[in-house]
Write a protein that binds this ligand. Structure first.
Ligand SMILES: *[C@@H]1O[C@H](CO)[C@@H](O)[C@H](O)[C@H]1NC(C)=O
Ligand SMILES: *[C@@H]1O[C@H](CO)[C@@H](O)[C@H](O)[C@H]1NC(C)=O
Ligand SMILES: *[C@@H]1O[C@H](CO)[C@@H](O)[C@H](O)[C@H]1NC(C)=O
Ligand SMILES: *[C@@H]1O[C@H](CO)[C@@H](O)[C@H](O)[C@H]1NC(C)=O
Ligand SMILES: *[C@@H]1O[C@H](CO)[C@@H](O)[C@H](O)[C@H]1NC(C)=O
Ligand SMILES: *[C@@H]1O[C@H](CO)[C@@H](O)[C@H](O)[C@H]1NC(C)=O
Ligand SMILES: *[C@@H]1O[C@H](CO)[C@@H](O)[C@H](O)[C@H]1NC(C)=O
Length: 383
């Protein structure tokens, strides 16, 4: 190859590399001591919906999004970027559980089994361990009211809250997983206090198995600290691994006059295990029970702040898994109700989930594999 065409190739490669980065000069100037300006984490695909702790289910060619709020509102769209239209609410009356604000459950997680939808929801109040996780079911996603089956677990007060580990944990932020070999179902939950836990569900998924002596395991914990900001767990399964995801850091109530130290705001972390019950380790081999957790998504570009409250929608042969979450857009605002829906496709690098840049699955996969190492190798071999 001619020296000139080699030079041209080199320039093309450099342009491609630079071109792969979003233009940072178009962003609002932000104080770097507060907002992370890194471009190593890609921007989200904008979901065009204000939501805290989103939960998305793909069903009958549509996305259904559930969120905490008055009677648990839910929405429908044919694209993750919207437009979303509200279908209705899970409840038409207060939850039967006497805990927290009975009209305003938090952090729903909805699962479908054989035509029945199970919505696991939380009742609690901020800064309190007086909490409960309940479940409601429906065979329709058309706005008609669901059947409320009441509490599966309670902490702080109420029936069953005197049973370990409900004596030390916080019954919020339910997530769900089935053992891929046996189909057995588990409920994951927890937050600050003693972080994330898992209990087996009974076969009807409406109660936990053996409530007087639950076979509970702790999934994540930060020892040697009194402040343990891990919550909002999710569990996904991909190619032989179970992944525990959670949000780490300060979630809400940001005040423009007093942000937490950079990096102490919400970010999305993961650990994995071959067994649904763990133990889970992060990419560095650190146990999640020892404070481990690999950051998969965090504040970026000075534009995205405190992403968390995530879920993972399983993909198929043509569509990758989708990581979705809420985040604050620094040019929109920091109030909790201004949180935005964001999402990214995932790829797996040696079995570790990595977020992809962009909405086009094929070109985003190309961008992420375009590392400087790859180009220098190619130029070397051409030379
Ligand atoms: C979803 O919406 C985005 C943004 O409007 C668009 O680029 C994309 O092609 C849409 N995807 C599908 C599957 O319609
Ligand atoms: C419960 O939440 C609803 C909706 O946010 C609110 O209107 C109501 O005042 C709350 N009730 C109590 C007792 O806090
Ligand atoms: C699924 O639901 C149908 C209709 O309700 C029922 O006949 C069938 O037994 C169910 N299958 C399983 C595996 O539960
Ligand atoms: C308390 O919980 C146990 C176990 O789930 C259940 O059998 C019992 O009926 C509950 N008692 C009340 C008063 O709800
Ligand atoms: C096991 O995982 C595969 C692939 O995700 C899925 O198709 C299958 O339904 C799973 N089996 C159970 C019992 O969950
Ligand atoms: C895979 O899922 C997407 C939605 O995420 C859907 O449009 C597509 O039809 C599915 N493909 C297959 C092969 O099931
Ligand atoms: C943030 O909001 C601004 C103004 O509405 C918009 O131009 C930008 O695309 C948004 N960015 C993200 C990542 O949401």
């Amino acid at each position: 190859m001619h020296r000139s065409s080699l030079l041209l190739l080199l320039i093309t490669a450099l342009v491609a590399l630079v071109g792969a980065r979003p233009a940072s000069q178009s962003l609002t100037p932000t104080p770097p001591q507060v907002y992370e300006t890194t471009d190593k984490i890609p921007l989200p695909n904008v979901g065009n919906l204000q939501v805290h702790d989103p939960n998305v289910v793909y069903w009958d060619d549509h996305y259904y999004l559930f969120k905490g709020g008055w009677h648990i509102p839910y929405y429908k769209a044919s694209n993750m970027s919207g437009p979303w239209t509200q279908v209705g609410t899970v409840f038409d009356v207060e939850s039967v559980i006497h805990q927290g604000n009975r009209s305003r459950p938090w952090a729903p997680t909805t699962i479908e089994r054989n035509g029945t939808f199970y919505c696991f929801y939380t009742l609690s109040t901020h800064g309190s361990r007086n909490s409960a996780i309940g479940v409601a079911t429906s065979s329709k996603l058309d706005g008609s009211p669901w059947t409320d089956h009441g509490a599966l677990i309670r902490t702080g007060q109420g029936n069953g809250s005197d049973v370990w580990p409900f004596t030390i944990s916080n019954a919020i932020d339910a997530s769900f997983i089935r053992d891929n070999a046996t189909g057995k179902a588990y409920l994951n939950y927890g937050s600050y206090w003693q972080d994330i836990w898992q209990v087996p569900l009974s076969d009807d998924w409406l109660s936990i198995e053996t409530p007087a002596k639950p076979d509970a395991v702790q999934l994540s914990f930060i020892p040697h600290e009194t402040f343990r900001p891990e919550e909002g767990s999710w569990m996904s399964y991909h190619d032989g691994y179970y992944y525990v995801w959670f949000s780490h850091g300060k979630c809400c109530s940001f005040d423009v006059r007093g942000f937490p130290a950079r990096g102490d705001e919400y970010n999305i972390r993961v650990g994995r295990s071959r067994a649904v019950r763990g133990p889970f380790v992060d990419r560095d081999g650190k146990l999640l029970l020892d404070g481990g957790g690999t950051i998969v998504y965090a504040s970026n570009h000075g534009a995205v702040y405190a992403p968390g409250g995530l879920g993972v929608m399983p993909g198929n042969s043509s569509t990758p898994d989708i990581l979705y979450y809420h985040y604050l857009n620094t040019s929109i605002g920091f109030a909790d109700e201004q949180a935005q829906l964001g999402y990214n496709y995932l790829k797996y690098d040696n079995g570790w989930p990595v977020v992809l840049d962009g909405i086009d699955i094929k070109s985003s996969a190309a961008i992420i594999s375009r590392s400087p190492g790859w180009w220098s190798l190619m130029i070397l071999s051409v030379a």
